[in-house]
Design a protein around this ligand. Structure first.
Ligand SMILES: Nc1nc2c(ncn2[C@@H]2O[C@H](COP(=O)(O)OP(=O)(O)OP(=O)(O)O)[C@@H](O)[C@H]2O)c(=O)[nH]1
Ligand SMILES: [Mg+2]
Length: 360
């Protein structure tokens, strides 16, 4: 039994009770809500019920619940009529999190709050910058699984700064096969994608505040030949994978496929797609492979600084289409980043922290 109990005029209170686990929410995009009646949402296996949730105004609320037994994308809707908010669950494969969203029929996507990052000159979520170009919500609330507050983003960024011997950020080793991978019990996030798509550059950008940590990049495809492991304190390990496609290493299949199949620490695969070129046929094959392995992953579009907003928008729409139509273990939210300008990287840092349970 979940009890969504208390709301203020502008913000949903941060804590929600949920049997046996911790729930949280971020903020409400609408300011019109005065009072929202108590509601009880019962979640039973295969069945969800919802009572009248609020009186007047509109509600835009996200709850996350940790779960290890949920399957993927078996979302369903209840009471989607009239002014009643509808309830939809996304169940994302373990050990990630399942996301429960209660939302009204308003299009609140256009009413996003200005972010601290924007004040610094780049967007927290670059997809919001594309929103004025289209009428339909580009990242509807139902897909906005990762939507942190500024304070949460700051806390996540802290993780990517070294802090003495207790929080070292360092290169661990290069593994030519999963048998050579380091043994530890930290959650891992593997960065994958086509050769030259910008995997190593993204890691370089994530670690830009770490002096003496070198992540090698090259303008020639096929540069990274082994899986490179980077430790982020006790929080997580990031893995820079060799790319597939042009000049891929001869034993690519052994390194990447075996890693995906065998690695128990793997919490999430981050699958990079070139934001300027969109999804290529090689990407489609790789997506099919990862779907077959039933590993949770997220699509991240890189090099967004290289392309005009209109072309980027076209590519974002096609990536969203692929996620909707062809994927089951992919997170519904697509991320946009530039490893060169740092656009979108703080949001990704937050996502990494969240997915590895590193935000205390
Ligand atoms: N403009 C721009 N260039 C980028 C970006 N990310 C990577 N690049 C460039 O793309 C080239 C390839 O980058 P890498 O990070 O080495 O690519 P990779 O995916 O690690 O490639 P492999 O190791 O060969 O699989 C380099 O010249 C980078 O400078 C980006 O976000 N924007
Ligand atoms: Mg590389």
């Amino acid at each position: 039994m979940s009890c969504v109990s208390c709301f203020t005029r502008r913000r949903v209170l941060q804590q929600f009770r949920w049997t046996g686990s911790h729930c949280f929410t971020n903020y409400m995009a609408v300011s019109t809500i005065e009072t929202i009646a108590r509601t009880n949402v019962q979640l039973m296996k295969g069945q969800t019920t919802q009572k009248h949730l609020h009186k007047g105004g509109s509600l835009d609320l996200v709850l996350y619940r940790k779960s290890s037994s949920q399957k993927c994308h078996t979302g369903y809707k209840l009471h989607p009529t009239g002014c009643y908010p509808s309830l939809q669950t996304f169940k994302i494969s373990s050990p990630f999190l399942s996301c429960l969203r209660l939302f009204s029929n308003t299009t609140s996507v256009l009413a996003r709050r200005p972010t601290a990052a924007k004040k610094r000159g780049f967007s927290l979520n670059p997809i919001d910058d594309l929103q004025p170009l289209v009428q339909i919500p580009l990242l509807p609330q139902i897909e906005r699984v990762v939507d942190p507050t500024e304070e949460e983003v700051q806390r996540a960024a802290q993780l990517f700064r070294p802090a003495g011997p207790k929080h070292k950020i360092e290169f661990v080793l290069s593994a030519p096969s999963p048998d050579h991978a380091p043994e530890h019990n930290r959650p891992e996030i593997a960065v994958m994608g086509r050769s030259n798509v910008g995997k190593s550059t993204l890691l370089q950008c994530l670690f830009r505040e770490v002096p003496d940590l070198e992540v090698r990049t090259s303008k020639n495809p096929g540069h990274t030949k082994m899986a490179n492991f980077f430790r982020v304190g006790r929080a997580m390990t990031l893995v820079d994978m060799p790319g597939y496609g042009h000049r891929q290493p001869a034993d690519f299949v052994r390194i990447v496929e075996d890693y995906l199949l065998q690695r128990k620490n793997l919490r999430m695969a981050v699958f990079l797609v070139d934001g300027a070129a969109g999804i290529a046929s090689w990407d489609t094959v790789a997506i099919e492979m990862i779907e077959e392995f039933k590993r949770p992953y997220v699509l991240v579009m890189t090099k967004i600084d290289k392309v005009s907003p209109h072309i980027l928008l076209r590519n974002v729409l096609s990536v969203r289409q692929v996620i909707k139509e062809r994927t089951k273990t992919c997170l519904p939210q697509v991320f946009l980043v530039s490893g060169v300008t740092g656009d979108g990287v703080p949001l990704l840092q937050y996502f990494f922290a969240q997915v590895t349970d590193s935000l205390k």
